[in-house]
Design a protein around this ligand. Sequence first.
Ligand code: MG
Ligand code: ZN
Length: 221
Amino acid sequence: MSRTVKIVEDILSANDDLAFQNRSKLQNSHTLGINVMASPGSGKTSVILQTIKALQAEYQIGVVEGDTAAVTIDADKIISAGMPAVQINTGGSCHLDAVMLSKALPELPLENIDLLIVENVGNLICPAAFTLGTHFNIVIASVPEGDDKPYKYPNIYRGIDALILNKIDLLPYIDFDIAYFKRGVQILNPDVRFFDLSCKTGEGIDAWANFLRDRIEGFRS
Ligand code: MG
Ligand code: ZN
């Protein structure tokens, strides 16, 4: 075994230990945690805002925003929507890890939060390698990114529970073969749930919100 591989293994196992602690914290406060991964510009923050709108009458939702820079544009949008949010500035790093999340959790009123949405840094490669301690993972893809992403970045699709295909309002204008795209995801992850969605028209938001509602209720009981 090469030295480099060993170092990577050590980093990942230290990450897993902290992810376990994060999970315990979420469990203790009865907060369901979800890790949202995507490439930049797929509409993560827009989907989160629509999710808040759909569920805010029933649940308290908190958000952790991962960003590579100190700009708080996305976190400010969540706070304007009336929900608690903290931003993790990764200092240029292209993914969140369990250490970063462990520093953000004490900044949130977890006892009052039913659903914690963690918006990972926009990147389809390394976020897949770092568990955070959340209960499940999703990927948000979008029509303008192209239908070949599952074939080019397979790892990110493997451990996810749901895949949101965002910006479906653009399908008439862009060559995007939905069947080809979904086949690529299903080869990697046969049990994944698909949600075709448009933040612009609101199509598909209800189905996605229902899925989350089921998860939150299942987690409580
Ligand atoms: Mg964002
Ligand atoms: Zn990274």
